[in-house]
Ligand binder design. Structure first.
Ligand code: GDP
Ligand code: IMO
Ligand code: MG
Length: 429
């Protein structure tokens, strides 16, 4: 038996999809536990590029059982499109199962997500910069215990009652608070009833399926979406998502106990990126930031927004090591940094009075008072994208990797040198 959890260490888009896809070749089951189609996970196979939002990145292996746990919020339209799209490319989704408890995203969630962002920006001059997919409002309803779940979606009579009960409430908010037109609940019912019919065959109890797979000795991967600094408690609140993308959240979002986990792999980039608003201590606003964005193709997989770019931040990484109990790191995109004469790494933060901080501050107010302390490291040159083992890397690249490992306090077991399945270097830890 072996259960591995894969989580993002920074603000998302670290290349989790690629790492899951690689590890899925050695696993039988892949389970998503949180978030929804705010996620965008890219898997590259030769010339084929797959962008997955809800379906676990193990789907490309025909024998992998791919599960979506109860902690995920599911937009049925998006998942049906994703299934259709994969099947049109000869990727079977017969092995997909979704927990009956998963909350469903409705048009009012998407409307309220967008309207509240506009209202926040109008009132305060800024907003969260959400993906606009209705994620936050759907989790709000779940916590308020008025959510409509997948089980309800596949039972038309229950669905009808709940759509009118909740939908009327939401229309009050849309018309009276935001002064917008109400949503057509008859049309929503007709549309969602059809989604229920299409999704019926995938509905199951993911807690039971996962538990049984673990008990029968299967290799299981828990696929994280989002990342540590987007966690609703331990991220840069309020500039976060509305779920727990950290390792502890995986057990809750799937329905298994923490003792089943054998290893926790944190995925990061060799630098830092962020989409959406909020603090970013090592952000670059200069030519180096543009170089990284252009060379690394740093544009959102879900929304296409340009990603903000910055230097590697070891304070953030130590936060991720602690919060998730990381046993090793997979760090991607070293190839992107090739060609830069000097690399910088943030080792600590400094307060205005000169005090040095090793740990990530608790509040944004404290974080605002911090500036990064940098260590400068020699850059490296050349195309490293076909390197197959650590010794083949340029010595300056190896020195950079070794220094990151020391500063993070966690072994780096996977080094990413390109987007492809075979573009990693594995090291024994
Ligand atoms: P995820 O959300 O964590 O799965 O990451 P995304 O798919 O949103 O973004 C990661 C991007 O980096 C994708 O375009 C990947 O194909 C790409 N990628 C992953 N690892 C590497 C790497 O080592 N080098 C390069 N150049 N690209 C990578
Ligand atoms: P993956 O799994 C990067 C960010 C949004 C915004 C904040 C809240 O691909 O790494 P939300 O729509 O969740 O309410 O938005 O969270 N965000 C992500 N950023 N990668 C993601 O997922 C993200 N999921 C949410 O940009 O700042
Ligand atoms: Mg992504």
């Amino acid at each position: 038996m072996s259960v591995s959890v894969i989580v993002g260490c920074q603000w998302g888009d670290e290349g989790k999809g690629k790492i899951i896809d690689i590890m899925a070749s050695r696993a039988q089951v892949v389970v998503r536990s949180s978030g929804g189609n705010n996620a965008g996970h890219t898997v590259v196979h030769g010339n084929e590029v797959y962008k997955l939002h809800l379906i676990p990145s193990g789907i490309l292996y025909k024998d992998s059982l791919c599960l979506i746990g109860s902690g995920v919020v599911v937009d049925p339209k998006v998942i049906i499109e994703e299934i259709d799209n994969l099947e049109s490319r000869n990727v079977s989704c017969d092995n997909l199962r979704i927990d009956a408890r998963a909350d469903i995203i409705f048009p009012w969630h998407i409307a309220i997500d967008k309207l509240s962002e506009i209202a926040k920006a109008k009132k305060t001059g800024t907003n969260i910069g959400t993906t606009g997919r209705g994620i936050g409002p759907c989790y709000v309803d779940k916590a308020d215990r008025i959510g409509i779940r997948l089980y309800d979606l596949i039972h038309p009579e229950i669905l009808k009652t709940k759509i009118y009960e909740t939908g009327e409430l939401k229309n009050e908010i849309i018309t009276k608070i935001y002064d917008e037109e109400p949503l057509d609940l008859d049309a929503i019912y007709a549309e969602y009833k059809l989604y229920g019919e299409k999704l019926k065959k995938y509905v199951d109890d993911v807690s039971v399926l996962t538990y049984n797979a673990i008990k029968s000795g299967k290799q299981v991967l828990f696929e994280g979406a989002q990342a540590t600094l987007l966690d609703i408690d331990f991220g840069t609140y309020p500039y976060v998502t509305s779920s727990h993308p950290i390792a502890g959240g995986a057990c809750v979002g799937i329905g298994v106990g923490p003792k089943v986990i054998d290893e926790v792999i944190g995925v990061a980039k060799a630098y830092t990126t962020r989409v959406g608003n909020g603090p970013f201590p090592t952000e670059l606003f200069d030519k180096t930031g543009d170089y990284i964005r252009d060379k690394g193709g740093e544009f959102g997989t879900t929304t296409g927004r340009p990603r903000r770019t910055g230097w590697f931040d070891a304070v953030i990484m130590r936060h991720a090591v602690r919060i998730n109990g990381l046993t090793s790191l997979a760090i991607n995109k070293f190839d992107t940094l090739s060609g830069l004469p000097k690399l910088k790494v943030c080792t600590k933060y400094q307060l205005e009075d000169g005090t040095e901080l090793e740990d990530f501050p608790v509040t944004l107010e404290e974080l605002a008072k911090c500036s990064p302390i940098y260590e400068e490291i020699e850059g490296f040159d050349g195309d490293i994208s076909s390197c197959k083992n650590f010794d083949e890397l340029p010595s300056k690249c190896k020195a950079y990797i070794n220094r990151l490992e020391q500063l993070c306090g966690c072994p780096i077991s996977i080094i990413g040198v390109g987007p492809g399945r075979d573009q990693i270097i594995e090291r024994k830890v």
